[in-house]
Structure formats: structure tokens, C-alpha cells
Design a protein around this ligand. Structure first.
Ligand code: NAP
Length: 317
């Protein structure tokens, strides 16, 4: 084979290590396999069940309980476990990493992750934090699918010292996984995600909690009449408790900042309802409808009026 052909047949990375094989880790494995991006995939999982499932589904070529064993010899290591585990994992894998290796993550929070991970990585290892804005309320290694990242954004948060070649290789990797890539400052990421993801989850957890605690409305009534809107919140409120506990504990400042603003706006709505200010309510509800349209126009949602009324598979799927 000519050298150029041999190079083009070579995978982007010789060995990719996935530390944590849940929804995101398993989807990454399938997206990597879809495009042949790795010579081999090693995985690290804590429980025997996840280890066995990962092997059975062919998500990894080798599985370890020790993250350092999985990361050894890898030229790309991706942390895919809950954010609160990253510090201990970075400490464990640090000594096993080769110079030139890229370490990234998929965590939903960036500033706290950088503080936890960066101090444990040796010189010569390129740490480039990342966050694919794609996911769902389901978890575990059986939940993954190769298309999860298709046409979704992945945010990378390098700093001024990040190696340009390593960054462009990681951008290329995510693009090959189907994603579009944006680069931004870690602090800005945390604020944007507090608005678009963390506060919506907090609101969903709160409303579902409130409904289940109301003494005057029975639980069976909450379930029976849930199609009035409540059930759409329950989808988000069914998200993984460990992952979301870690998100709120690790993005405290941005979440509290946005929550302050949210509480003020809620108080204004309360006042409008009390004083019968229909114009204020109508204006807001019209603006919010436009935002939904913009999301559909941007390809981040479909206009199909599904809302769970059809079976698990819609005709488009
Ligand atoms: P998940 O489905 O619950 O999977 C988490 C995985 O981490 C499991 O394989 C679990 O293995 C493993 N794990 C848990 N504790 C660990 C530890 N101490 N050491 C090593 N592995 C451990 O979670 P996910 O939805 O894939 O989320 C993973 C990461 O992606 C999180 O950091 C999250 O912030 C981020 N993220 C999630 C979404 C989303 O919508 N789900 C979207 C974007 C980013 P065992 O079961 O064996 O313990």
C-alpha cells in the first residue's frame, strides 16, 4: 500500500480510553466504532455489571476496574463518569499517562472540573476540557446509540496555553463523532449551561417534588392528570440523581447567580397574576413561543407534535 493510503487508513487515535461507560461513554464508543476512529478502545467501569455489559455489547476491546490500567498507553483518554469522580480518577491515571496524550472529559461543568483534574496531570499531557450538549434522562451502558452527537454541539474549553495541534485533533475527533464544535471560556460555559440546562433541571426536580409533597392532591391524581404538562417535567426529573447532584455541587456560583434572576422573574409573574396584568403574561408567553420556533429552526428539535402520545417508535424513526 502506498504511504498516503496507509496513513489515510490509520485511525485517528491508536488507543482511546473511556473512563466510565454510561449513556455518554457507550454512545461515544459506538460513534468511534462507526467511523473507525480508534485502533482499540479500552474502558474502565466500577461495577462488575457495567464491565460485563460493556464487553458483551462490544463497546470496549478491554475492560478494567482500575482507570490507570485502562488509560495506560492511550493517546486519547475521555472521562465519562459523574463530575464528582474526576479528581480521584485524574490522580489515579496521572502517573500512567504518556507524554503527548490528550485527556478530555464530557462533564456538564467546566471550571470545577479544571480545578479538580489539571493539577494531577503530568507535563506533556494535553488536557482539553469538553462537554457534548447531547444526552437524555436514561443512563447506563445499554442506553447509548451512535447518533447521539449527530448535529449536536460539543463545547471545548481550552486555555491560552493549550497546544494548537492537540486542540485541532480533538475538534476533528468530535466532528467525526457527528458533532459541531464550539470553543469558549470555561466560566462562560458554566453560566450558559446554568441557564440552558442546570436551572431547567432544578425547576423540573422542584415541581415534581412539590407535586409529590402536596397533601391536598393525591399522588394518583398527579399521575392520572399528568398529561396537562406535568409529565413533560417528569421526563427531565427522571435524570440520573448522581450525575445531577454532582452538577449542582460543582456549578454552585453560576447556578445561584441565574437562580437569583429566575426568582426575580418568577416574582414578577406572581405580581402580574395577582394584579390581573394579562398583557404582561401574553407578551411573555408570545416571546417564549418564538424561542421554541428558533430552536426548531436551528435543528436542535423537531416540530413533530409527539409529547409521548405515539408509541416508543415514531414513523420518522
Ligand atoms: P451514566 O449513564 O450514569 O454513566 C456513568 C458511568 O460512570 C457509569 O458507567 C458508571 O459505572 C461510571 N462511574 C460512576 N462512578 C464512577 C467512579 N467513581 N469511577 C469510575 N466510573 C464511575 O452517566 P452519563 O449520562 O453517561 O454521564 C456521564 C458524564 O457525562 C457526566 O459527567 C455528565 O455530567 C456528562 N454528561 C451527561 C449528559 C446526559 O444528558 N446524561 C449530557 C452531557 C454530558 P458503574 O455503573 O459501574 O458505577
Amino acid at each position: 500500500m502506498a504511504k498516503a493510503d496507509a496513513d489515510s487508513a490509520k485511525p485517528l487515535f491508536d488507543k482511546i480510553a473511556l473512563i466510565g461507560i454510561g449513556l455518554i461513554g457507550s454512545s461515544l464508543s459506538l460513534a468511534i466504532r462507526r467511523r473507525g476512529l480508534a485502533g482499540m478502545i479500552s474502558g474502565a467501569a466500577r461495577s462488575k455489571e457495567t464491565q460485563d455489559t460493556s464487553l458483551r455489547l462490544g463497546l470496549v476491546d478491554a475492560i478494567e476496574s482500575d482507570p490507570a490500567a485502562a488509560a495506560k498507553g492511550a493517546d486519547l483518554v475521555i472521562l465519562c463518569s459523574p463530575v464528582g469522580t474526576f479528581g480521584a480518577i485524574a490522580k489515579a491515571i496521572g502517573p500512567a499517562l504518556d507524554a503527548g496524550a490528550i485527556v478530555t472529559d464530557v462533564g456538564s461543568v467546566k471550571t470545577a472540573v479544571i480545578d479538580d483534574v489539571a493539577p494531577h496531570l503530568p507535563d506533556g499531557v494535553h488536557f482539553i476540557p469538553g462537554h457534548p450538549i447531547a444526552g437524555s434522562e436514561v443512563s447506563g451502558p445499554e442506553a447509548g446509540f451512535a447518533e447521539l452527537f449527530d448535529d449536536r454541539w460539543c463545547i471545548l474549553t481550552p486555555d491560552a496555553k493549550t497546544d494548537a495541534d492537540a486542540l485541532s485533533k480533538l475538534v476533528h475527533f468530535w466532528e467525526q463523532c457527528g458533532a459541531r464544535v464550539d470553543v469558549m471560556d470555561a466560566k462562560h460555559h458554566d453560566l450558559v449551561l446554568a441557564v440552558t440546562s442546570h436551572i431547567p433541571h432544578l425547576i423540573a426536580y422542584n415541581i415534581v417534588g412539590t407535586a409529590s409533597d402536596l397533601e391536598t392532591v393525591t399522588e394518583s391524581e398527579v399521575v392520572k392528570y399528568s398529561a396537562g404538562g406535568f409529565r413533560d417535567f417528569t421526563r427531565i426529573a427522571a435524570s440520573d440523581p448522581t450525575m445531577w447532584r454532582d452538577v449542582f455541587l460543582n456549578n454552585k456560583d453560576a447556578v445561584l447567580e441565574v437562580l437569583g434572576r429566575f426568582s426575580e422573574d418568577l416574582a414578577a409573574l406572581q405580581r402580574a397574576i395577582r394584579w390581573g396584568d394579562g398583557e404582561m403574561l401574553f407578551d411573555l408567553f408570545s416571546r417564549t413561543r418564538d424561542i421554541r420556533r428558533n430552536i426548531i429552526d436551528a435543528g436542535q428539535e423537531t416540530p413533530v407534535p409527539d409529547f409521548g402520545r405515539r408509541g416508543p417508535k415514531s414513523p420518522e424513526e
